[in-house]
Design a protein around this ligand. Structure first.
Ligand code: ACO
Length: 377
């Protein structure tokens, strides 16, 4: 009989640079205040790469403890995926440097999907393992996003920080790892978060530096609106695809971009804010490292245990988004797998109730947005 394969998260690790930049430090650099940054974003400080930190060295520093915890060495790996928007060089892909530095003997590729990259990578690695193609896969999110930040632009410089985090996936026959995922993209909004020069359309020139076209330019309000909409919608779809309900999720791990986006997401999910993990105050937005770093810290703090179900969502440049529902360790089989046996009637009734509540919420959303705007002003 066919036995389903799962991709168990078997090891994890993180690396954060030592150098801290606080909101008070930024007050000396741009026209901003600790009060504004804290209230509008939830960020208090962020880490910035040290002299010896490179994207590849940070990726390796996060990967070594992940491999050790998984009981593997680099030669046991079948594939390495390094997710990033800030590789050491435009060419080669940083994944090959990481493969070499670890001493691995396997394929490696770089995956770029803005801040959503690592969640894309987790879904991709899971698919390789589920198909039976590979066994042991390392998925790293490593970001030195500070290299593309203009420290005279108060809109972006207060938001971002550098970090890396990694997981090792191994095959399992027990329900574990990614139970469902959604990968999304809306390229029509590509210019909401954009580096104009340095690609093949606009190669670097003297004008690039004069006009600061090598830095990240962001229409914060557009990204904010997109994120506030997509977070709850995508979480609901992906949780339903796993045969679960929002109440079944033990911990939500959202992209750490802005605490207000998380707040709106929790309300639209009708879930208490305490179920949404946040470490944004310590690190700001570390782009593709944000979700795995939050997951690793939630594990270190004991906020997650074997068998817990976790919903993670990231969004960012592209514009892209990616959502996964994950079961940590080995847990009870998810209701989706036993739909046609016990509990089907309760399942259908609960699903109908959720659908009605979502409909009412969608109808009331314009009023809710209007009240929020008045409250903000
Ligand atoms: N300090 C003080 N004032 C500021 C700052 C600052 N750091 N930044 C902006 N302001 C001012 C603006 O100039 C504006 O002033 P004005 O009214 O006189 O014009 C006022 O504050 C309000 O500006 P808004 O842009 O409306 O501020 P908002 O509340 O939207 O917050 C922010 C801005 C924090 C950028 C928000 O829009 C945001 O978080 N957007 C989402 C960003 C994001 O999630 N990015 C994720 C993807 S990242 C990736 O993929 C790499």
């Amino acid at each position: 009989m066919f036995k389903e394969r799962y991709a168990k998260i078997s090891g994890w690790g993180k690396y954060v640079p030592e150098h801290v930049i606080t909101n008070k430090d930024l007050e000396k650099m741009v026209d901003t205040s600790d009060e504004w940054i804290t209230q509008r974003t939830g960020i208090k400080e962020r880490r910035i790469r040290g002299e010896n930190d490179t994207n590849s060295s940070m990726a390796v520093a996060a990967s070594l403890p992940a491999l050790e915890m998984a009981g593997l060495t680099a030669v046991d790996l079948d594939l390495i995926i390094v997710c990033t928007s800030s590789p050491d060089y435009l060419l080669p892909p940083v994944s090959s440097q990481v493969q070499d530095m670890l001493g691995a003997n396997c394929g490696a590729f770089q995956l770029t999907a803005g801040c959503s990259g690592w969640v894309y990578g987790l879904a991709t690695a899971t698919s390789f393992i589920k198909s039976g193609m590979y066994n042991n896969i390392l998925v790293v999110g490593s970001e030195i996003i500070s290299f593309a930040i203009d420290y005279t632009d108060r809109q972006t410089c207060v938001l971002f920080g550098d970090a890396a985090a990694a997981v090792v996936l191994k095959p399992s026959e027990e329900p574990s790892g990614v139970l469902s995922f959604e990968l999304g993209s809306d390229g029509s909004e590509y210019d909401a978060l954009h580096v104009y020069d340095g690609g093949s359309t606009n190669p670097v020139s003297a004008i690039t530096y004069e006009q600061g076209r090598h830095y990240i330019h962001m229409d914060g309000r557009r990204v904010f609106k997109f994120a506030s909409r997509v977070v709850a919608q995508s979480l609901k779809r992906t949780i339903a695809d796993a045969g679960l309900f929002p109440d079944d999720i033990d911990l939500y791990i959202p992209h750490q971009a802005n605490a207000r986006i998380v707040d709106a997401g929790a309300r639209l999910m009708r879930q208490p804010l305490e179920k949404f993990y946040m470490n944004i105050h310590k690190y700001g937005n570390t782009s593709t490292a944000s979700v795995p770093l939050a997951m690793v810290e939630a594990l270190e703090e004991g906020r997650l245990k074997e068998g817990d179900k976790v919903a993670m969502i990231a969004f960012g440049a592209g514009l892209t988004w990616a959502t996964v529902v994950v079961q940590l360790g080995v847990g009870e089989i998810s209701p989706a797998h036993s739909l046609f046996s016990t509990g089907r009637a309760q399942y259908v009734a609960k699903r109908a109730r959720e659908t009605v509540l979502d409909g009412v919420q969608a109808a009331l959303l314009p009023l809710y947005t209007f009240i929020e705007r008045i409250r903000d002003n």
